[in-house]
Write a protein that binds this ligand. Structure first.
Ligand SMILES: [Zn+2]
Length: 465
């Protein structure tokens, strides 16, 4: 009898637990997005998207505070600092049922929204679906999964999804639970992981094992789309991919000694290999540091160069322009995002000749440009000192327009565009331009008197000088 009562109590407790679980899942988990930093249209900015993971409903403020710290610290590092205007930051908030720490003592699997549990085991599909519900297909995103407390994991890599540039999973191990790890250290790690994900740069620290001889750079590219630009197996000075940063007095390979501490060279031990793989500098944010005694190092010259080049793979500084068409003047205006340490050079050319420079506005006036068909070119060049080698001309962007400037089609010279002029036009309709006499009927300067010219003529019918 006693045994029966005990079982009933267990059953009731179990029912109670079930009820509690059911209630918990009734709480709506609808992701909401908040703009943290807005520097321009999402279609022409790199959009960093933070996601809350393993933050419980009561930790919402902590999440947004973590995001703010991560962003603040990241934009203290060059070249993110100088190129801040090229980035937007958004934060998606969705609560998890559990924090990771809350259940670890019980040996249970925590219920987190994106399924993070140790390692890199998150639900990638759910992450992508959630993020995509807030953005358009032409937006360029770097997803940053911010993990709420201990047992988070580090990692960053590039994505095969053209909509998503990269994925950074941010370590938060012992961020709030160990006196060692401060918010700034967590933010530094975020910057390091973000740089992996965004620019495809490899780790510049070494590990315990050496790279096998004969392994080519292409084989060490995982988890990046291309071979990372900051590590190499190449030891020949003239073939090292960052040779343009190595001054002649630095030997190649370069001894890892104090005398070369601030030099770019070829230092052995990178990509978590102790040997066989080389890096450009002894100290870099992509390399090793001791968080308990120092802040993360700056990104090295080679990493900075590649971050800036990556920015221009996604951002077109000529994209944000307007043309205001007036009676005799069309005003072209461009508003590129600007680095903070120097200005982009904006040059306007007509038929290959420079007609204006360092102005964002250029008025095209019929009389000044001269009658006929012209090629207007707006060229925006970033001559930042961060970039020394740009064979693909990523830092040179331009837009071109065909500009046709028209005389008044008053062929008879009586001051009015009337039927007399139309009859003369009709006489030449269908002809190719072979003489200067015929040229004046070719209003759009395409070499033929055709319907294009007829419409231009009709536009001005009835006009007077
Ligand atoms: Zn570096």
């Amino acid at each position: 009898m006693k045994k029966y009562i005990l079982s009933l109590a267990v059953l009731m407790a179990w029912l109670g637990a079930f009820d509690a679980v059911a209630t918990t899942f009734d709480v709506a988990e609808i992701p909401v997005i908040t703009t943290v930093m807005n520097n321009g249209p999402t279609g022409n900015r790199i959009n960093i998207v933070f996601l809350s993971e393993a933050y419980t409903a009561s930790q919402k403020e902590i999440y947004f505070s973590d995001v703010r710290i991560a962003v603040e610290e990241m934009f203290k590092y060059s070249p993110y600092k100088e190129y801040k205007k090229y980035f937007n930051v958004q934060a998606i908030w969705v609560p998890s049922k559990d924090s990771l720490l809350s259940v670890i003592d019980y040996g249970q699997t925590p219920k987190t929204y994106f399924g993070q549990w140790g390692g890199l085991g998150y639900d990638t599909e759910k992450i992508h679906t959630t993020v995509k519900s807030f953005f358009g297909g032409s937006d360029k995103l770097v997803i940053d999964l911010l993990i709420g407390d201990e047992k988070g994991s580090a990692g960053g890599g590039q994505s095969d999804d053209p909509f998503i540039i990269g994925f950074a999973s941010v370590p938060t191990g012992r961020v709030r639970h160990d006196t060692f790890y401060t918010k700034e250290i967590f933010a530094d790690m975020n910057t390091h992981e973000f740089t992996h994900a965004f620019a495809g740069l490899a780790d510049e620290y070494s590990g315990l094992v050496a790279l096998k001889p004969g392994v080519e750079d292409i084989e060490i590219s995982w988890p990046f789309r291309e071979t990372p630009p900051n590590v190499t197996t190449e030891k020949n000075r003239d073939s090292v991919k960052w040779k343009h940063w190595i001054i002649p007095s630095v030997p190649v390979p370069t001894p890892s000694s104090a005398s070369y501490a601030d030099k770019i060279g070829l230092f052995e031990g990178a990509g978590s290999f102790s040997g066989g793989l080389y890096k450009p500098k002894q100290f870099c944010a992509m390399g090793k540091y001791h968080p308990e005694i120092e802040r993360m190092h700056s990104l090295c010259e080679v990493c900075r160069e590649n971050v800036v080049k990556t920015i221009y793979k996604y951002i077109d500084p000529t994209a944000e322009f307007t043309s205001d068409v007036g009676e005799n003047t069309t005003i072209f205006t461009v508003n590129p995002p600007q680095p903070t340490d120097h200005s982009l050079s904006v040059v306007w050319k007509v038929d290959g000749e420079v007609v204006a420079r360092n102005t964002n506005t250029f008025p095209v006036t019929d009389t000044e440009i001269g009658y006929g068909r012209h090629k207007l070119r707006m060229e925006i060049v970033d001559s930042t000192e961060f970039v020394r080698y740009d064979p693909d001309k990523l830092l040179v962007n331009y837009k071109e327009w065909d500009v046709v400037s028209l005389p008044l089609p008053d062929f008879t010279g009586d001051g009015t565009v009337d039927f007399e002029d139309f009859f003369r036009f009709a006489d030449h309709f269908g002809q190719d331009v072979t003489t200067t006499e015929v040229q004046k009927y070719d209003l759009d300067w395409d070499g033929k008197i055709s319907f294009g010219d007829f419409f231009l003529f009709a536009d001005q019918f009835g006009d007077r000088l």
